[in-house]
Design a protein around this ligand. Structure first.
Ligand code: NZQ
Ligand code: ZN
Length: 387
């Protein structure tokens, strides 16, 4: 196990009606906020009105900025920065999913910075300051409600890039599983694919003696395998929705990577897809992750055999670890199909036209991943395996 430091400062407020606490929590920080949200789901389902009335009870001034798109864009981030400066806003409440939260985080680091906020994403400068943000989460998926990361798409050149700093973690995140009842099955499954990917990016490590975190990863993974089929049948099943929602945060609050070297190649390879084709991130991961697995499993067959045995119940065959590994990958892909996801690019009408361009962009700062370091040709091979 590697040395590590672990700190996650985000307070979690979990459970039924928990969004009613937003006002009393925010007033500890600010009396005038930016209310940031997406394309309208919060208005359609009544959350917007409830949030506004609980903020008004605390006399919190509200300036609004809606319209965040999935795969959030830099243009709106810049608009948000200007708005916060004009209105002298020192706190942002993000109500929505990963896209809204990431947009809020990017605005928050942009407000105190004199240059172009994209500088942070291009690693031209380090993040030193941020105004605080908080979250009311409406979809378990990205884990941005507990992470110190923001992923933004620059429309100019279609670059999707992430930036990370502890200072960007939300001060608090409100998780009410009831708010996720309105998610359609496809959106729910896409979110689950992202959560599973966050676990696997950590699980597939070459680090030895990481038994506790292996088993925490396995428990989180199996919780999703058990509860996802339930919520796809019964959208309003609170108990199962609660398990999936909490798993989404546990998968990405960095506990599961303590003492390990994590990978993230599949995420980098996927981000090129969602940047160019504007597909949902989890939809892309359901296609890229199985392809990545098939490409790299030989670099640590024991670990993939363990994945097959402990997560998928594959029988132990000491003389056929490769068979165990391949069966685990197959069962994973079958699960994705069972929950309604596609596992090939051709099934979502993406051809090989731009594979070379994506492989080049993906590796322009050097090889990606740690389980195996992947260069441009490797990434191209993975896109081809995902065809
Ligand atoms: O925009 P609205 O109208 O709110 O609709 C959203 C959106 O269309 C809808 N939705 C959300 N909650 C709903 C709902 N519809 C009905 N009922 C509800 N309760 O869902 C759609 C997708 O929302 P989005 O926020 O895009 O989803 P997600 O949470 O999957 O976020 C994806 C983004 O997060 C980034 C991804 O790259 C992608 O841009 N990620 C961020 C990470 C981080 N900051 O740590 C890590 C992840 O790996 C990921 O890269
Ligand atoms: Zn992800």
């Amino acid at each position: 196990m590697k040395n590590f430091e672990f700190q996650n400062c985000t307070k979690i407020i979990f459970g039924k009606d928990s969004e009613e606490k937003a006002g009393t929590e925010i007033i500890k920080y600010s009396s005038k906020i930016l209310l940031h949200y997406g394309g309208g789901s919060i208005k359609k389902y009544g959350l917007y009105d409830r949030v506004k009335s609980c903020l008004k009870k605390e006399d919190i001034g509200i300036v609004e900025l809606g319209g965040v798109l999935p795969n959030p864009r830099l243009k709106l981030v810049k608009k948000g920065i200007e708005l916060c400066r004009q209105e002298k806003i020192d706190f942002i409440l993000a109500v929505g999913g990963g896209s809204v939260i990431d947009s809020a985080k990017a605005i928050a680091i942009g407000v105190p910075y004199k240059g172009n906020v994209w500088d942070f994403f291009e690693e031209k400068t380090k993040i030193k300051e941020s105004i605080p943000i908080a979250v009311i989460l409406t979809i378990p998926a990205a884990g941005s409600e507990v992470s110190g990361a923001s992923v933004i798409t620059n429309e100019d050149g279609l670059y999707k890039k992430g930036v990370e700093a502890n200072i960007m973690r939300p001060k608090f995140s409100i998780l009410n599983p009831e708010l996720t009842f309105t998610l359609g099955n496809n959106q729910t499954a896409i979110g689950v694919a992202d959560i599973l990917a966050h676990i696997m990016e950590r699980y597939f490590t070459q680090e030895k003696n990481v038994d506790l975190t292996d088993r925490l990863c396995e428990a989180t993974f199996k919780t999703l395998l058990r509860n996802t089929p339930v919520i796809l049948k019964e959208n309003n099943n609170y108990a199962a929705r609660a398990e999936v929602m909490w798993a989404g945060s546990v998968a990405h609050n960095d506990l599961l990577d303590t003492g390990r070297v994590t990978d993230w190649a599949s995420h980098m390879i996927e981000h090129e897809l969602s940047a160019i084709y504007d597909i949902a991130h989890g939809e892309g991961l359901a296609i890229i992750f199985p392809a990545w697995m098939k490409y790299v499993y030989k670099n640590n067959i024991e670990r993939f055999a363990q994945f097959g045995q402990r997560i998928w119940g594959v029988d132990f065959h000491p003389y056929d670890l490769e068979g165990m590994a391949l069966e685990g990958i197959k069962r994973f892909e079958d699960f994705l199909k069972r929950i309604g996801l596609k596992t090939r690019l051709s099934e979502i009408s993406i051809s090989d036209d731009r594979f070379k361009e994506m492989a080049k962009k993906c590796t322009e700062n050097g090889p990606v991943g740690s389980f195996v370091k992947l260069g441009k040709e490797d990434v191209l091979n993975i896109y081809n395996l995902a065809k």
